[in-house]
Design a protein around this ligand. Structure first.
Ligand SMILES: Cn1cc(C(=O)NCCN2CCCC2)ccc1=O
Length: 117
């Protein structure tokens, strides 16, 4: 008989997967635009255009501070980061292309760890 996984174990498995995924994102060749918050002195319009900034360091800190109740909340912040990138950057710009590439890499990893039923 297959033992039913305790909810505690399920959350722990999810947390390990989320940590593993962000570690792989951080070392990806196309992660350079996302490692730290966008520099609003270098890009003065950013704060006006992007209402909810998000980057890999912020997500990593929320993960380490146990601020994600579910893996879905974590996924939401990653998709927010990629959507912010599409809002602020042309698709064929260096940052825009990196965003599309890293998003594709992320969604593939997400499906590996959490196969859609
Ligand atoms: C997500 N995003 C990132 C940038 C950006 O240029 N980040 C790179 C910042 N430099 C890389 C090495 C040192 C600092 C611009 C617009 C944007 O939406």
């Amino acid at each position: 008989v297959v033992p039913v996984m305790q909810p505690v174990q399920k959350e722990q498995k999810d947390l390990q997967s989320c940590k593993s995924i962000i570690s792989e994102l951080e070392v990806h060749e196309d992660a350079w635009p996302f490692l730290l918050p966008v520099n609003t002195r270098q890009f003065p319009t950013y704060k006006k255009i992007i209402k909810k900034p998000m980057d890999l360091s912020a997500i990593k800190k929320k993960l380490d501070d146990n601020l994600y109740k579910t893996r879905e909340e974590y996924c939401e912040d990653l998709r927010l980061m990629f959507n912010n990138c599409e809002t602020f950057n042309e698709d064929d710009s260096p940052v825009g292309k990196a965003g599309h590439n890293l998003r594709s890499f992320f969604e593939t990893k997400w499906n590996e760890h959490f196969p859609p039923t």
